[in-house]
Structure formats: structure tokens, C-alpha cells
Design a protein. Sequence first.
Lengths: 194, 171
Amino acid sequence: MFVNWALQEVNLKIVYYGPGLSGKTTNLEFIYQKIDPSLRGDLITLKTREERTLYFDFLQLEVGRIKGMKPKFNLYTIPGQVYYSHSRKIILRGVDGIVFVADSQADRMTENLDSLMDLEHNLIENGYTLENFPWVLQFNKRDLPRVLPVHELNAKLNFHGVPIVEAVASRGVGVLETLKTAIHGVVGNVQKVI
Amino acid sequence: MLQLAEKPPQPQQFMLSTETFNQVNEILRELVTSTRSDFALFCDANGNPITHHGKQHTVNLSGLSALAAGNFAATSEMARVIGEKEGFKFIFQEGERRNLYLCNVGFNFLLTIIFDKAVALGLVRIFANKAVESLKGVLDKAAQAEKKASDFIDSEFGLLLGKELDKSFSL
């Protein structure tokens, strides 16, 4: 969190984490399309030639003043592919909240778990654990065949009982609900940690 | 100089007082005037823009700050990979019409200067170094912010924020 008293701004950083091709960038693209253009910046994407996220995607949102302060949300995605481990560590610096975008398909469970362990490992380096940090689980791609039932995904991924949201990010289903849940988690955590 | 990747995590909450903000602005003003640069941008190492001075026109400063922080962190890692323990002193990018100079201010802040091709890099370096020292002095001495985040981020803030978010998304 960065508070600029002169400009009365509160900057909060939310990172979309998860395995490659789970739909992190798709979440940001939908938010970009849906939000009033006067309340958002450009969507910045650093992609490879194959349209995979190379470094990060970035989108800034702001809402109207609240109690005199202007909240700004800096949304980042991480590159999900295993070999971009260092980029993920860098992007997690200064993070205030996390959305973990899990792929609901049965054959993607190993990738989900690997990514979740990678997240925990990187959070520990920042002095946090998944247990004491505000994060949200999004079960994405609910429209595809061979997806695991929610209770099974929950049993396998949600060790800490964090909020879950079912989503079809490609159609925008659950995307804004996920973001709002994450933001509420961040706001709730601010009071706990100070 | 560029040791961000080697250092422990930055503080998770940073408050910048109005007094410090004004002092930073004055240093940027001096820097831009002395170098005849287009503009100078001061942001934190997490990519949050803080303030700028000069003719930035339509440049997206939040995007530029995020990219500066990402670029800076990646370059620090490149330094480490090739065994340059102290890191690189600055990053310079030369364009057709405008150049970009990027350096760190301590471990938590970055200074980006955009200047015309006609301005000598050496001049920018000299004044950038001077500005970095001044900024470090100001930030080191920065008094604790007069308020805490918990003074305004409470349950009412959370409730109002939820309403604002509903308004912002054209569902």
C-alpha cells in the first residue's frame, strides 16, 4: 500500500496468480472492457509472439473519493509458465492482495497445485504465508467439459478457507465479483495488520 | 547501486507526507529546469507513481511507473546474473526523438527522466545524481506521516468502497 497524503491517494496492488493459461489475462481484459474508461488507464500487456504473458499485464482502476481519499487499484498478472519464476517474485513485491485463478479442468490440478506452492514460497520470501494474507480463489473455466466439482476443487486447493468465486472469465462470469471480493479482503486486512 | 533484487522486501505500507511530497516536487522542478528535460517522474519500486514535473502531455504515468519498476527489477537481475554485484548505475534508452534515463533513489524509489535528443546525456547524469542525493536526504529525514492508514480504512470505508465499485462497473 502506498498512501500519498498530498494527493489524497491510496494505491493498492492486487496480483492475479495461477498456472499458465488459467485465464489471468482474460480477467484483466474483461475488467478493462467493462469499466468506465474515465476510471481506468490503458491495459499494458507484455506478451510473447505467441500471445503468452511474458512479464506482466497491468491495469490501473480508480473509484470516486471515499472519506476524502481516492483509492487506486493496480492490477497485475504474473506469467504463469513455470520458467518465469523470477518475474513472479518481482511482481509480488509490495502486493496487498491476491486472486489465484485456478483452472477447473481435472487434468490441470497438478499445475494448480504447483502454482499455489510457488505462490506460498514467494509470499514467504516477502514475510507472509497464504494463511495470513488476503487472497481469493477463482475457479475458472466452469463452462468446459471435464471440470471438477466445486467441492472437490475446494478440498484440494482451499486449505485456508478463503473466499471462492466460480467463473467463466472468457464471458465475464464471476470476474467482477472476484475483484470485489479481493478488494474487500485487502481492506479488511489493513486494519488487522496496523 | 541497483541492488533491489538482493535486498529484503520493502515495507508493505508507505506513507508520504504532504511536506515530503512538496520537497520532492521542488527537486524535480530544479532537475527538469537545469537539464531542459521534458519531464521527470518519481515513483516507488513497486510501480506506484508519486509525482512528476514537466510536460508529460498524454503519457500514461501509472503505466510508465509500472514499466519502469519492472524494467528496473529485471535489469538488476541481469546485473546479478553477469556477476555485477553492485548492479548498474542507471538505465539509458535512446529513441528517435526522446531519450529515457532511469535510476534508483535508495532501495524503494525510482527516478525516470525523459529528455530531448538535443540534451547531452552527460548533463542529465550530473543533475540526476545531484537530484538523487537531494531526494535521498529528503526521504531519509521524512517525518512520519501525520496519519495512519487505519485512520480512514475502516469498515465504513469498506462499505463505501463496495458501493463505489458497483457504480464503477457497468454491469
